[in-house]
Design a protein around this ligand. Structure first.
Ligand code: CA
Length: 232
């Protein structure tokens, strides 16, 4: 089997070495880059299966790298895991809004990063939400947009159209964290005159209707929401 190619952009040499060592030990091929510029050019030439991106970089910073990777139709499908310090919470939100697939906070244990990489690789290349099938099944949850039908353990649940779009969107990207603003624009529309917190109201209502399975929608503090990887 061909090795997966993981491109790592990290300007701290020691950390870069630790990441590279652990990923290689897990059987991946690693392309190590020390700055955003080099990273961007290698992403185009080497077409990696995954990018690990430090946000605090000299020159072109991580958020800008993410913007360019996710803004280019050729590279958009490559999953990106951001590596961030706690102080960069607003950058996490920004990065996720730009299409980054996951993030991991510094300091982290190498084992944790390797596990995160495995999860994101298992999901495969990123698909656009608009291409997601009308019918999504995750664990005990099934959503059929065309028939406007949601079932949990085969019991119908009555949702408003907004709640249904929200649940469908989250379930189409299980395990991925989405910032509130991103969910709002996807679920309610770009021009909605609402605040980010408005999404909390819909999530609360949705959880109430999911009853025993409400835990499948997880709150990620300071960032947003995600549907648990394995569904309810
Ligand atoms: Ca850095």
């Amino acid at each position: 089997m061909a090795k997966t190619k993981i491109l790592v952009i990290e300007d701290e040499p020691d950390l870069l070495e630790v990441i590279q060592y652990n990923l290689e030990r897990d059987g991946h091929k690693v392309i190590a880059c020390r700055n955003g510029e080099q990273g961007l050019s290698r992403i185009r030439t080497d077409n990696p299966d995954l990018v690990i991106l430090d946000l605090m970089l000299p020159g072109i910073d991580g958020v800008e790298v993410c913007r360019r990777v996710k803004g280019d139709p050729v590279t958009r499908g490559i999953p990106v895991i951001m590596v961030t310090a706690k102080a960069e919470e607003s950058d996490i939100v920004l990065g996720l809004g730009l299409g980054a697939d996951d993030y991991i906070g510094k300091p982290f244990r190498p084992r944790e990063l390797v596990a995160r990489v495995q999860v994101v690789l298992r999901r495969g290349p990123v698909r656009e939400a608009t291409n997601s099938p009308e019918r999504v099944v995750r664990g005990a949850l099934s959503i059929d947009l065309l028939r406007h039908e949601v079932r949990v353990e085969d019991v119908p649940v009555t949702l408003t159209p907004t709640e249904m779009r929200l649940l469908h969107f989250l379930a189409s990207h299980p395990g991925r964290v989405f910032p509130r603003a991103h969910l709002l624009s996807r679920v309610i529309g770009e021009n909605a005159v609402v605040t980010d917190r408005n999404i909390d109201v819909h999530v609360r209502a949705l959880r109430q209707k999911l009853g025993d399975h409400s835990q499948c929608i997880e709150t990620v503090r300071g960032v947003g929401y995600r549907l648990r990887e394995d569904g309810p």
